[in-house]
Design a protein around this ligand. Structure first.
Ligand code: PEP
Ligand code: MN
Length: 340
């Protein structure tokens, strides 16, 4: 339920409401507004009409509204305005800028990651991506450089100033990854790994949650809820393509998920046309379409030598193609009332 406090409610009145909420077995989340505070109380609301009525009669409370959606903290019911998530002091996502995250699928060597970082920065990317821990379909495929890869990402950040996003694959390595990353990425295969979601919910770093390849939009929002209910409200959602009967593309990038999500949640939404299509030749078209559909960010794989990439070479753009994409993207962003 949402408890809307009166605009002149005192600190003591708020504390009393918070105490009461906890006593009743709910987890409170205070959202500070410009004129009044709102308290989101999360818990099972079945049969709690009486609870709602008793809180409504407390001092300083204006109204109590039940949250009907299964996802509560992620829902627009609890927060109407879009969330702007701070990535660094000078970069945020969820505002008017479309944030572009670019880089290789996997960190492979110092030369590869630094060269790519410099190239994507020059082309106008805002965040450097690169996997150090790789969740691969085959146990025989390259599994990533692990901590060595994280150190190389940190070096690339130092050289270019670009913040980094990298994947966390299990709860055990989450703290280590968080020491290096500016944004933690949860991959499609882990999108319903609830222990991992809870773990990153306890870390104070933005999390980009990718949609599971067979997940509904509602399930994606429920996974976001797992992270948020642990205290981390800095969640970014990513549409990266879903499994369909189509084989011409690696996945089917569900562009309609973008306006659906924007209508359901206040969280920023990113699209990943690289994994969404699996072919470099389709990445630009789907990036522009995603911009038109209202995304807050794009994640694009770029490799200096895609033919020799250890993973996802066929969907990786060369720096030259990425540069061309970025200059055209500017026009689509402008048409959508956004900047890049
Ligand atoms: C990736 O970003 O390289 C990745 C593994 O993505 P996904 O989890 O969407 O397959
Ligand atoms: Mn990849």
């Amino acid at each position: 339920m949402i408890i809307v406090m009166k605009s002149g409610a005192t600190k003591r009145e708020k504390e009393e409401v918070l105490g009461r909420i906890k006593e009743l077995g709910y987890k409170p989340h205070v959202i500070h507004g410009t004129t009044r505070d709102v308290i989101g109380a999360v818990g099972d609301e079945r049969g709690k009409q009486i609870v709602i009525e008793t809180i409504e009669s407390m001092h300083g409370v204006e109204s109590v509204v039940p949250i009907l959606k299964a996802y509560k903290l992620a829902s627009k019911e609890v927060k109407k305005e879009s969330s702007i998530i701070q990535i660094t002091d000078s970069l945020s996502i969820g505002g008017s800028q479309i944030v572009v995250m670019a880089g290789p699928c996997a960190v492979e060597s110092e030369k590869q990651i630094i060269e790519t970082a410099v190239a994507v920065k020059q082309a106008g990317a805002h965040v450097l991506r690169g996997g150090a821990f790789k969740p691969r379909t085959s146990p025989y495929s390259f599994q990533g450089m692990k901590e060595k890869g994280l150190k190389l990402l940190a070096k690339a950040r130092k050289v270019t100033g670009l913040p980094i996003i990298t994947e966390v694959v299990n709860p055990e390595s989450a703290d280590l990854v968080a020491e290096y990353a500016d944004i933690l990425q949860i991959g499609t295969r882990n999108a319903q790994n609830f222990e991992l979601l809870k773990k990153v919910g306890q870390i104070k770093k933005p999390v980009m949650l990718k949609r599971g390849m067979s997940m509904t939009i509602k399930e994606l929002l429920m996974s976001a809820e797992y992270i948020m209910s642990e205290g981390n409200q800095s969640v970014i959602l990513c549409e990266r393509g879903i499994r369909t009967f189509e084989t011409a593309t690696r996945n089917t990038l569900d562009l309609s998920a973008i306006p659906v999500l924007k209508g359901e949640t206040h969280l920023p939404v990113v699209a990943d046309p690289s994994h969404g299509t699996g072919h470099s030749k389709y990445v630009a078209a789907m990036s522009f379409s995603a911009a038109a559909a209202g995304v807050d960010g794009l994640m694009i794989e770029v490799h200096p030598d895609p033919e020799h990439a250890t993973s996802d070479g066929p969907q990786s753009l060369t720096p030259k193609d990425f540069t061309a994409l970025m200059s055209k993207l500017k026009l689509f962003a402008e048409a959508a009332g956004r900047t890049i």
